[in-house]
Design a protein around this ligand. Structure first.
Ligand code: ADP
Length: 617
């Protein structure tokens, strides 16, 4: 907006100029009429002053009627010399034949006796009427008034004429002087009135100027000022309206500001990502969660970018498709570099009341865990069915073989029955494992917590394994192994569920034996930190490939499925162990080098009581 007005554009100057022009026009018109009237008046008055008294006319008529012309001419000269009128420049007397008989000017005496050539004189003599005209004498640049008056005898016959010549310069210079005075006065009046008009229009436009400044301030967002309301005229009312407008705009601005802040805060605290775009699909609004989900540090990196590029869906959709489809929901897999990220994107067009679509809103919801759970659930169901189908198929085929006659064979039948028994046992174990996992999943597992000296319990469990070795000493088929113990001297009292904990250690010990070659050493350790006890069981067995280390505690995961099944494993042992240890507030993890052996660690929370015990003692 151009806030600076040019001088001639200002209303103040316009009003003053219009005012002055109107005054000038009026004064011009009045002046013209006045000068005209003045001229007319002055000329009339002048003409009256140069009229000859009637006795002069009579005397002249008398002389012209005389027969003695010489005597008469002398008399005429005498009469003319007696006329005392300064306004008359020259008086000439002509007889009825048109011959000059006398003049008041001595220098022109030579014309006496000459015949006039003047048309006006001739006309007067002819029609007995006076004639007059203004003439301009180029010789001395003077204007003259010439009047020819007929002279009559007593019978009203023309006996001659008198020609009066009077200079008009005096009259005109008088008129000029008065005109000059008038126009000078008019000029002064116009200048003064122009000055006054500027002052008055300044007064009129001052509130307008104030309102202009106030509206500029409102436009800048400054609502502090108020226009002074002067009077109750139209400008006063306008000033009031501007003040009212300022308050309204301020209120509207405040409400839209607070609305925007609220929207900003809602957007920034939303747990879903929100993106808004213009009609071309370029991002205009983005909230913190969307930045986080899309792994972008700063919103400037997204603003202006096409939404289909930001979500990496250019190959599947166009902006037009997203805008035209009324509402669209899709799952976008944005997993990258080992980071799983699955987003549910919900698109909806932004539509004005007129139906015009001005952009898109996209709400992003992180469904990674749901999708993962869903995948795991499907995987689990498929695993369970698969795991159960294998033993069932073999049971089915053995039963079929038996019923087809193998039961009669005394050598084969017992073998078949043993296989059937083993398989059904494995199935029962698996179902029991699944049930206990399911109980732990649903949180219905009841823990029998008690303070137990973990060193004693660990020793007790390991002793059982030593007993098994002793018992199987003479059995050539059973595996030989040695258990070594490196335990802390201290008794460590830990709050655990003895049965479940025993199940965990049994499982890890069994695995260590299962997946180790004959004659291996199993090293067990027990130590404590200031708030944890850590148990470890190391074997010298197959070890676990590096790539499988992260999945070893997953349900049904086995490095070598056939081998595990042959050993009667269900693939659920470590999964159950992990759930139990987690329930006890501890952690379980594994360290392994393929071909060299594995070490399983269990840490449990532990609060040392020694100081208190000392005090009691
Ligand atoms: P399973 O019933 O098959 O033993 P687990 O859940 O106890 O099921 O163990 C899962 C898998 O982890 C096993 O199949 C095996 O491949 C691997 N595993 C467990 N313990 C050891 C170990 N001490 N040494 C080598 N591999 C092991």
């Amino acid at each position: 907006m151009n806030s600076k007005l040019k001088f001639y554009q200002s209303i103040r100057v316009k009003i003053a100029l219009v005012f002055a022009l109107m005054l000038m026009l009026t004064l011009e018109c009045v002046g013209a009429v006045f000068v005209r009237q003045l001229e007319h008046q002055n000329l009339n008055t002048f003409k009256q002053t140069i009229e000859l008294p009637s006795y002069v006319d009579n005397s002249l008529s008398e002389q012209l009627s005389r027969s003695n012309t010489k005597k008469a001419d002398q008399e005429i000269r005498q009469i003319l010399s007696e006329v005392n009128n300064n306004n008359i420049s020259e008086i000439r007397v002509v007889d009825s034949k048109g011959v000059f008989r006398g003049t008041s000017t001595a220098d022109n005496r030579n014309i006496v006796g000459q015949k006039t050539t003047d048309a006006m004189v001739k006309a007067t003599l002819l029609n007995n009427r006076s004639h007059s005209e203004n003439v301009y004498d180029g010789a001395n640049h003077n204007r003259y008034y010439v009047n020819v008056i007929p002279l009559n005898d007593s019978n009203n016959n023309v006996v001659g004429a008198v020609l009066l010549r009077a200079s008009l310069e005096g009259v005109y210079s008088n008129i000029n002087n008065i005109t000059l005075i008038y126009f000078s006065a008019a000029l002064v009046t116009i200048i003064l009135s122009l000055f006054l008009a500027v002052l008055i229009s300044q007064e009129i436009t001052r509130p307008i100027e104030e309102m202009r400044k106030q509206t500029l301030r409102i436009a800048r967002g400054d609502f502090s000022g108020q226009v002074r309301v002067m009077g109750n005229d139209e400008l006063g009312q306008l000033a009031g309206a501007v003040n009212n407008l300022s308050v309204r705009v301020e209120e509207a601005q405040e409400s839209s500001d607070s609305e925007r802040r609220r929207l900003d805060s809602v957007l920034s605290h939303m747990s879903d990502g929100v993106l808004a775009t213009d009609r071309r699909g370029n991002i205009t609004i983005v909230n913190n969660m969307a930045l986080q989900l899309l792994g972008v540090d700063h919103e400037d990196d997204l603003i202006g970018k096409s939404i289909i590029d930001a979500l990496d869906i250019r190959h599947d959709y166009t902006v037009r498709e997203l805008i035209n489809s009324n509402q669209k929901e899709m799952i976008i897999d944005m997993s990258a570099g080992g980071n799983d990220l699955i987003l549910n994107a919900y698109f909806s067009p932004i539509q004005r009341e007129s139906g015009f679509i001005s952009g898109l809103v996209c709400v992003l919801h992180d469904v990674t865990s749901q999708q993962k759970e869903e995948r795991e659930r499907k995987q689990f169901v498929s695993n369970v069915s698969h795991e159960l189908r294998t033993p069932l198929t073999s049971v089915h085929s053995y039963v079929e073989a038996l019923s087809d006659g193998a039961w009669k064979d005394q050598d084969i039948a017992p073998q078949f029955l043993t296989v059937i028994q083993n398989e059904t046992n494995r199935m029962i174990r698996m179902i029991n494992d699944l049930l206990s996992l399911s109980r732990m999943d649903s949180g219905t597992t009841k823990l029998n917590l008690e303070y137990v000296n973990i060193k004693e319990l660990f020793n007790y469990i390991l002793n059982r394994f030593d007993m098994i070795i002793k018992k199987n000493e003479n059995n050539k088929d059973s595996k030989k192994y040695t258990i070594e113990r490196y335990f802390t001297d201290k008794d460590l009292w830990v709050e655990i569920d003895t049965d479940k904990f025993t199940q965990v250690i049994d499982n890890i010990m069994n695995n260590a034996i299962k997946y180790s070659p004959d004659g291996g050493v199993i090293t067990t350790r027990l130590l404590e930190t200031h708030n944890h006890v850590i148990l470890s069981i190391s074997d010298q067995g197959l070890g676990i490939p590096r790539k499988d280390l992260g999945r070893i505690f997953d349900r049904f995961f086995r490095v070598d499925k056939a081998r595990s099944r042959k050993q009667g494993g269900t693939g659920l042992g470590l999964a159950i162990s992990k759930e139990v240890v987690n329930l006890l507030g501890g952690q379980i993890w594994v360290d392994s080098v393929e071909g060299q052996g594995s070490t399983f660690y269990i840490s449990l929370p532990y609060v040392p009581y020694e100081e208190e015990d000392d005090w009691d003692d």
